[in-house]
Design a protein around this ligand. Structure first.
Ligand code: SF4
Ligand code: FES
Length: 250
């Protein structure tokens, strides 16, 4: 198949960017979207032009590095799919495809399709961990966890930190990401000692990074490649109320 691509090209975070048109011929429908960009980049290199910068690592939908707006949708048109797992068979011969970086004040563009997502790292550093030593697998297995909590914690832990939720949200809110991280640990026994401090610090850091507020639009969950449920945002709000109240009791 032959495709026309319009790709956002931006030299660095201080330069203005623009959409640039490229033609890619003989695209194999079994290629992933990132492999399409590899083919384009090979052509650009052979022509002596600068290849398109984009983030990637595992290419298996597990690391969360890849991420781009494809035809205005975070990670493209396929539900529950990362850009690296999106295959060209979902497009048609002769299609025109628009490719842009995540757009959010807290995710400044570094180059072309690459954005700085270190704001997520700082939210995690503010409390998304447990500092107790949990031992090895036998120790972990000796602590009973109700099945419903274990399942919910697993669902929350599926978040790969890709940032699609922020990019899809009209408010550029990071609530779904933060909610998944807070909920995951709040549901497990090992997460209890730091539970109050965790949610207060992570939400404070999220606000400090310049993400917008949540107005329950739901685009985040719809765009999430791991289908993280909006229920976790409700859980985050409950955790925050509980933590604020218990802090006032201190
Ligand atoms: S909640 Fe979903 S969209 Fe947001 S960072 Fe996690 S995996 Fe990506
Ligand atoms: S490259 Fe790892 S999730 Fe896409």
């Amino acid at each position: 198949m032959n495709l026309t691509l319009y790709i956002w090209r931006q030299k660095d975070r201080h330069s203005p960017g623009k959409m640039v048109r490229y033609e890619v011929k003989d695209v194999n429908p079994d290629m992933s979207f990132l492999e399409l960009l590899d083919v384009l980049n090979q052509q650009l290199i052979e022509r002596g032009e600068e290849p398109v910068a984009f983030d990637h690592d595992c290419r298996e939908g597990i690391c969360g590095s890849c991420g781009m707006m494809i035809n205005g949708q975070a990670h493209g048109p396929q539900r529950a799919t990362t850009a690296c797992q999106l295959h060209m068979r979902h497009f048609k011969d002769g299609d025109t495809i628009y490719v842009e970086p995540w757009r959010a004040r807290a995710f400044p563009v570094i180059k072309d399709l690459v954005v700085d997502r270190s704001a997520f790292d700082r939210i995690i550093a503010a409390g998304g961990y447990i500092s107790v030593s949990t031992g090895g697998a036998p120790d972990a297995n000796s602590i009973p966890v109700p099945k419903t909590n274990a399942d919910l914690a697993m669902d929350a832990a599926a978040c790969i930190g890709c940032g699609a939720c922020v990019a899809a949200c009209p408010n550029a809110s990071a609530m779904l990401f933060t909610a998944a991280k807070v909920a995951h640990l709040a549901l497990l026994p090992q997460g209890q000692p730091e539970r109050t401090r965790r949610v207060l610090n992570m939400v404070q850091q999220m606000d400090k990074e310049g993400f917008g507020g949540c107005t329950n639009i739901g685009e985040c969950s719809a765009a999430c490649p791991k289908e993280i449920s909006l229920d976790f945002i409700a859980m985050l709000n409950r955790e925050l109320i509980r933590a604020t109240a218990s802090r006032q009791d201190d």
